[in-house]
Design a protein around this ligand. Structure first.
Ligand SMILES: CC(C)(COP(=O)(O)OP(=O)(O)OC[C@H]1O[C@@H](n2cnc3c(N)ncnc32)[C@H](O)[C@@H]1OP(=O)(O)O)[C@@H](O)C(=O)NCCC(=O)NCCS
Length: 163
């Protein structure tokens, strides 16, 4: 089982659960509307399907706050001597209230419990707000992956050393 493989987690200000179909449908519709996914042309349908799929190495959770789905976090583990954060999105109404920080803290603390040495994330080069957020969490750019998702934009690979 993946180290991040529980079906539920209770965090300080939210819960994580494997997404129900209703969670995935709602969150797919809301997150496909906003950047970076709007620019990357992700669709509500692909998100709805992706948010419900689990594998031995990847767990995807709906973020629940005040009993409502407000975001998605997906973690691949193991990746490169630590987890890879494959998806993080909070719907606009719930942004800026500390959920992102709580989720990053959970990711890093869980990784440390399993002696991971690193955490990795990709962020689109045009997504300046998220770059500010990740830098404030201690992440540094280690590679520029041009054309990774679409020809016009690069993805920046960010790393945080845990040890
Ligand atoms: C990026 C994101 C995950 C951050 O989550 P959040 O819940 O909004 O962030 P928090 O409220 O926990 O903020 C944490 C810190 O980051 C800062 N921050 C968050 N969003 C920011 C932004 N857009 N611009 C500048 N700073 C930002 C906050 O000011 C806060 O700083 P503080 O700890 O000094 O007070 C969320 O805003 C989001 O989903 N954005 C749209 C999708 C996206 O870009 N996802 C990342 C794809 S790689």
């Amino acid at each position: 089982m993946s180290k991040f493989g529980e079906s539920n987690y209770d965090l300080a200000t939210c819960q994580l659960r494997h997404a129900t179909q209703a969670d995935a449908k709602f969150l797919g519709k809301e997150l496909a509307k906003i950047d970076p996914w709007k620019t990357l042309k992700s669709t509500p349908q692909e998100f709805e399907e992706g948010f419900q799929s689990q594998s031995t190495s990847t767990n995807t959770y709906a973020v629940i706050s005040q009993e409502k789905p407000v975001g998605v976090i997906s973690v691949r583990y193991p990746w490169l001597l630590g987890p890879y954060l494959g998806f993080l999105g909070i719907i606009p109404e719930a942004q800026g209230s500390g959920l992102g920080k709580v989720l990053m803290n959970w990711l890093e603390e869980t990784a440390k419990e399993h002696s991971a040495r690193n955490v990795f994330i990709c962020v689109s080069d045009f997504n300046k707000d998220a770059q500010v957020f990740y830098k404030s969490c201690g992440y540094q750019e280690v590679a520029n992956l041009d054309g990774l998702i679409v020809d016009e934009y690069a993805e920046l690979l960010l790393r945080k050393r845990l040890s």
